[in-house]
Design a protein around this ligand. Sequence first.
Ligand code: PLP
Length: 366
Amino acid sequence: MRKGPPSGVLVDQLDTPALLVDLDALERNIQKMTDFFAGRPAALRPHAKTHKCPQIALRQLRAGAIGITCAKVGEAEVMVEAGITDILIANQVTGEIKIDRLTELARRCDMMVAVDDAANVQALSQACRAKGATLRVLVEVDIGMGRCGIAPGSAAVELARAVSGAPNLQFLGLMGYEGHLVLVKDPDERERRVREAFGLLRDTANQLAAIGLPVEIVSGGGTGTYDVTSDCPPVTEVQAGSYVFMDSTYCGVRPEFEPSLTVLTTVVSRPVPERAVVDAGLKAMTKELGWPRPLEAEAASLRYLSEEHGVLDLSAPEAVSWRPGDRVRFLPSHCCTTVNLYDSLHVIQDGRLVEVWPIAARGRSQ
Ligand SMILES: Cc1ncc(COP(=O)(O)O)c(C=O)c1O
């Protein structure tokens, strides 16, 4: 195995492509979100699918988060190995293999999972019974995103009843994710639509209370909506994730957080003055939300990414001095999927490497 770079080296001495996080900006983002939640009725349960890195999850918990959120059982397994004991998998876990892994985790720590299907509830209950495990359950309600989640109202109430009657499952409440609203640009429109969406959860929670099923937890929210969602009773937990790193997409919506994540690349070719090529393509930067943005180079923009090449147009070639071997940093357009391309995160402070953190849950999509 190749030895990693020694602590203290300058950023420009790192091999590329490399994923960098600015430690001070990361810590300011964590602190800012912590400060926001201090003294509010809702709490923060940050989504670890953004960083997939136990070192960051532990920092969020030390700062006051009440637990973490994961997207997948595989991510949760990594976080449990790191000593984290309170985890929501904000997704449905189906199929024998995964349910078996989930119940194993539930024997070791406080696991919580989302459900939207009665047969899945029975399968979870049976598996937990067989293993002597208890699993906490939230009924996921579709509040307008049109992804997972049962319809609000009577269908959700029926499912909650099924959960509360199922051995070894503990009905704790509801989850709704307003993913269709997190990037709404206009803050007033965003707020109005988020309040409307969580009104559906409130009505469902009221119906549950009326039949004697108390709702302890109501979970939802992302970086784009954390401030409004946390102020929509009966929301008790917010699952924001991207705020730790940010990206060019989210920076346009939530300027109060700083971009802390960048991709360091090297120019491999400048075949003509108007074009430069870097050593980071689709296997080093994602583009489903737009082109990653080269930093400190107004006149440069990505034209395309092939597997291992990033091809940049230089609109004012004379203003860009790049030669092969020079370094170029990019701001990703989607932090969560970019992180998943790397094994490790280079932690930078004042232009020098201070630590290398494994992205231990990278690729854990099962
Ligand atoms: C279920 C769920 N909760 C919360 C989030 C919030 O994440 P972010 O803060 O990145 O918007 C996501 C993002 O995909 C999600 O799928």
